[in-house]
Design a protein around this ligand. Structure first.
Ligand SMILES: C[S@@+](CC[C@H](N)C(=O)[O-])C[C@H]1O[C@@H](n2cnc3c(N)ncnc32)[C@H](O)[C@@H]1O
Length: 223
């Protein structure tokens, strides 16, 4: 018998591995292991491949997602992390995944074809106005960002102003080395956090070490 424990809404632990219930049984997304327990198929969530997975492993209190949540995710890449969020929000939810790379987007579109709760947007997260038409009529409950750019906080704020609802939750992965490769990580994360404080209440800042070196996740709520 495999030991199954629920950690958060839609997030489980199976023998100390993170896992989500597979929305597309039998199908893997990035080579992850499929495991059966209590009559369901789970996909193991590799925290070394996903900053949200790493934040959960490091004890983040909530990722504010449940069945039916509406999510904007900046830096979708090929959809590794998004695939687990897609399991969590189930078919009643919607995740808009934005990425600037046409190459990543090609693989992500393939994933979106298998998972109807995902909507791909090829776009620049610096210019959130350019994808307004896709998000029309949706209220975004949670904004996730994982883009390796110098102006990470500005990108996050621009998108939050346009799309995130009041009291909506934000999860900003900070890659310190993309901002300044010589400054200390703690100082950079503090500076980025300061930029959010007018518009967000900061709930937690979680260093992602040892899963991701020089990264932290800021969890905040829109005022
Ligand atoms: C570290 S990867 C994201 C990995 C992904 N979040 C995951 O866990 O599966 C960063 C991504 O940000 C994208 N990116 C960089 N600058 C961007 C921008 N201005 N707008 C949108 N995406 C951007 C890159 O193309 C890359 O795919």
């Amino acid at each position: 018998m495999k030991q199954l424990k629920q950690l958060l809404d839609g997030v489980y632990e199976i023998q100390s591995n993170l896992a989500t219930v597979n929305l597309t049984p039998g199908k893997k997304v990035y080579g992850e292991e499929l495991v059966h327990a209590e009559g369901k198929e789970f996909r193991l969530w590799n925290p070394n491949r996903s900053k949200v997975g790493a934040a959960i492993k490091k004890g983040i209190k909530t990722i504010h997602l449940k069945k039916g949540s509406k999510v904007l995710y900046l830096g979708a890449a090929e959809g590794t992390t998004i695939s687990h969020l897609s399991d969590i929000v189930e078919k009643e939810g919607t995740i808009f995944g934005v990425d600037i790379s046409a190459r990543s987007m090609r693989k992500f579109i393939y994933l979106c074809e298998q998972r109807p709760n995902l909507i791909p947007i090829l776009g620049d997260a610096n210019q959130p106005n350019t994808y307004r038409e896709y998000l029309n009529g949706f209220t975004i409950d949670a904004l996730f960002q994982d883009v390796s750019q110098k102006n990470q906080a500005e990108i996050f704020l621009r998108n939050a102003r346009l799309y995130l609802k009041r009291d909506g939750h934000g999860f900003l992965s900070i890659k310190a080395k993309s901002i300044d490769s010589s400054a200390s990580v703690e100082k950079l994360v503090m500076e980025e956090t300061k930029k959010l404080e007018n518009e967000f209440e900061i709930l937690e800042t979680i260093p992602l070490h040892p899963f991701e070196k020089d990264h932290a996740m800021i969890h905040c709520i829109k005022k």
